[in-house]
Design a protein around this ligand. Structure first.
Ligand code: KIV
Length: 280
């Protein structure tokens, strides 16, 4: 049944860039920006068609194809090795599994550091080949020019400051960011460069409140307290797929334990010849 539903969606989404008259449009970056001050909205990550579909059916209409795919799906210890091909591959799957949600896609490490031209080319790739509605990149004032370049090409961009996992293990680590002046300067630069929203990852909650009040674009918090305009979590943390999650996470299921128990029951049934049942 589930497979059938997903196939139906795949067919409905086979040509996302040639919508027929009357087709429901995806939520736009502009619509997300206009939520500022009106409504607090949830965002969750997804990396494949079925979970994109589950998120959308749950009423979540902004989905992030995060480069956290490296940690939670591809088996890496960090996001740094994730490639633009990985992001295109997973973005495409999420786009095919959804019909109305806004699909925000991470620019992976190495896809925007070299030059404005390279960054713009890679952002275009995420849109053309991956079906991204917008792209997200980590960094403060030093990526403002990249944001401007991509935005000038017509692609909506989301900034990301605070803990930046792509480079965390190269020095700064994962501890909470509290340098108010630095965070304010970075947030202002990102907004001025044309970003339509900004992720605040593990920053001091009072600074997050100040940035949320100061900026005209929505702040998307993760581990940054309750004052942000939106809250994002990694799918595998929400669903409890792994034994450990960051302390700020709230788990809403224990899918990892349930999946292991189901597979153990299947294995036992096969070994004990209880499955398949012999025909009557
Ligand atoms: O890659 C990701 O999942 C993210 C979120 C943690 C915001 O960037």
């Amino acid at each position: 049944m589930a497979t059938h539903t997903i196939h139906k969606n795949v067919l409905e989404n086979a040509r996302p860039y040639e919508p027929e008259k009357g087709t429901v449009r995806r939520v736009t970056a502009g619509a997300i920006k206009r939520r500022k001050g009106r409504t607090v909205f949830p965002i969750v990550t997804a990396y494949d068609a079925p979970f994109g579909q589950f998120a959308e059916q749950a009423g979540i209409d902004v989905i992030l194809v995060g480069d956290s795919v490296g940690n939670v799906v591809l088996g890496y210890d960090e996001t740094t090795p994730v490639t633009i091909e990985d992001m295109v591959h997973h973005a495409k799957a999420v786009v095919l599994g959804t019909s109305r949600a806004h699909i925000m896609v991470d620019m992976p490490f190495g896809s925007y550091q070299v030059s404005d031209e390279d960054a713009t080319r890679n952002a275009i790739r995420l849109v053309k080949d991956g079906g991204a509605c917008s792209v997200k990149m980590e960094g403060g004032t030093f990526v403002a020019d990249r944001i401007r370049a991509i935005y000038s090409a017509g692609i909506p961009v989301v900034g990301h400051i605070g803990v930046m996992p792509q480079t965390a293990s190269l020095g700064p680590g994962y501890k909470m960011r509290k340098n108010r002046e630095r965070l304010v300067a970075d947030a202002r630069a990102i907004e001025a460069a044309g970003a339509y929203a900004i992720v605040l990852e593990v920053i001091d909650h009072e600074v997050a409140r100040e940035l949320t009040e100061m900026l005209t674009i929505p702040t998307i918090g993760i581990g940054s307290g309750p004052h942000c305009d939106s809250q994002v979590l990694v799918l595998h943390d929400v669903l409890g797929m792994y034994p450990d999650s960051p302390s700020f996470v709230k788990r809403y299921a224990s899918i990892g334990t349930d999946a292991t128990a189901a597979l153990r029951a299947f294995a036992e049934d096969v070994k004990e010849k209880r499955f398949p049942n012999s025909p009557a």
